[in-house]
Design a protein around this ligand. Structure first.
Ligand code: FA5
Ligand code: MG
Length: 440
């Protein structure tokens, strides 16, 4: 990781909006190497060494890994679908956003939220980035599992890489297609009627979750119903045996209206598990221009995108999202392909809190994701969480001061105070170099 230090320092944060602090380093390397290929850098380049090191790992394909077992479990529920899991994480912003009708000013496009190799190439932020491509290949029923990348805060449930499974089904927009959906709806409804599942639903269509102009509302109702039945049945498959759902204590699933640029109506699904509502997925009836982009204008259908870590954390009782990346045999040896077992924590090592307090140059802000990426580059998975504990503007000078509290705690061993001090000193020095802040 250190090998990339100077490279990182030079390329980072070039494309941040002017109100955010930009990297002050003068020289930028011309190239960055990603998955063995060299790419030209530019003002958008912000991919970090930590992220580059994660790209080849593909946890969802590693035998016995909890994410791989979960993928298998989902795939086994959709046996007649094509199963994909090896598409490159490098996509164009056009694939990730434009083909899905994201507005030009959508915040997800910004360098503070997404990782860019350069202005023309980025890491997918969701598996939906492949929808048009896969429909364009002629696939009509498919699942795609992949690693996705988002710049984010640091805590036990956020990591800049996570995994999603995209699922989609399209049928001909005519009576034959609708008959196929109707028959499937009858079959699924009969299956769900016999099971212990309690569903809190919302209408398939509503003024705030409308039918698309290009669609017949009756067709949309059938498609939305098929989407909901298919996913309720998947929830049952994933959770029911494990929460001991019975007539007295059924599995609870809640549907909520949502908004995505490439679906309408749109929904999110939450599952009640061990006393909490857990957001599992987003989904909806595919926006017709998306299907037009894939040259399948004569079809209509649904798509969903489901987060694997969130589900795996509850199914396996894995308390910290960093553990999925652990190479420690005490973690990896606990799992067998195809089996969901409760994770037995090995001893929790002591936390070591260090505060980093600094003045920003006048009129400037530092984006929290920039701070967190810097901390990850220095300390890797030894950092458990980062919290902003003070944000102060001097009443006379108008200068802003921030204080972050970093919790250093290894998952695998006890960290000495000297090691934590040394890591923190590197964070401080890096912060000064990159952003020209004044340490307090
Ligand atoms: C999406 O990513 C959409 N692509 C989903 C979709 C697909 C909608 C197809 C419509 C049609 P969202 O950002 O809500 O939506 O993420 C989907 C799921 O990924 C979430 O429900 C959650 O389970 C998981 N997820 C999102 N962010 C994170 C994160 N930072 N860490 C772990 N899991 C996450
Ligand atoms: Mg969501």
């Amino acid at each position: 990781m250190r090998l990339y230090g100077s490279l990182w320092r030079n390329i980072h944060a070039r494309g941040v909006p002017s109100r955010y602090l930009a990297n002050m380093a003068v020289q930028r390397p011309c190239h960055v190497t990603v998955l063995g290929e060299q790419y030209l850098t530019d003002h958008m380049t912000n991919i970090s060494p930590t992220i580059v090191s994660k790209l080849p790992l593909k946890l969802h394909t590693q035998p016995s890994h909890p994410l791989s077992t979960l993928r298998g479990l989902i795939e086994s529920h959709f046996p007649s679908y094509t199963h994909l899991s090896s598409l490159s994480p490098l996509v164009t912003p056009y694939q990730n956003f434009d083909l899905l009708s994201f507005p030009k000013d959508h915040p997800g496009r910004s360098v503070t939220d997404s990782y860019y190799v350069n202005k023309d190439l980025m890491l997918r932020t969701h598996t939906s980035a492949h929808e048009v491509e896969v429909f364009g290949r002629g696939e009509t029923k498919w699942l795609l599992t992949a690693d996705v990348y988002r710049r984010d805060e640091i805590d036990g449930s956020h990591y800049p890489v996570f995994h999603q499974t995209e699922g989609a089904r399209i049928v001909s927009a005519n009576s034959t297609g609708m008959k196929e959906i109707e028959e499937d709806n009858e079959r699924l409804a009969a299956h769900l009627e016999q099971s212990s599942i309690e569903i809190e639903d919302v209408p398939h269509l509503s003024p705030t979750n409308p039918c698309q102009p290009a669609h017949d509302p009756k067709h949309t109702e059938l498609i939305a119903k098929n989407l909901k039945l298919s996913l309720n049945s998947l929830m049952l498959h994933l959770f029911a045996g494990r929460v001991g759902a019975t007539a007295q204590n059924p599995l609870k699933v809640r549907w909520i209206e949502a908004t995505f640029p490439w679906t309408t109506p749109s929904f999110e699904v939450e599952v009640f598990f061990r006393g909490k509502w857990l957001e599992i997925l987003g989904c909806g009836v595919i926006y017709q221009p998306t299907l037009d982009n894939a040259n399948v204008s004569n079809k209509l259908g649904w798509a969903f995108g489901l987060g694997l870590e969130r589900i795996a954390m509850v199914l396996y009782s894995i308390p910290d999202i960093r553990l999925f990346w652990s190479q420690d045999p005490r973690f990896l040896s606990q799992f067998k392909q195809g089996e969901i077992t409760t994770f037995k924590p090995y001893s929790k090592y002591p936390a070591c809190f260090k505060d980093v307090s600094f003045w920003l140059p006048e009129g400037q802000m530092l984006h929290e994701n920039d701070f967190c990426d810097l901390v990850r580059d220095v300390a890797g998975d030894v950092v458990e969480d980062v919290k902003l504990i003070d944000d102060f503007t001097h009443p006379k000078t108008n200068r802003k001061s921030l204080c972050y509290r970093i919790n250093y705690r290894s998952m695998d061993r006890s960290l000495s105070n000297d090691e934590a001090n040394s890591l923190n000193a590197q964070v401080v020095s890096c912060l000064r170099d990159r952003f020209r802040v004044e340490i307090r």
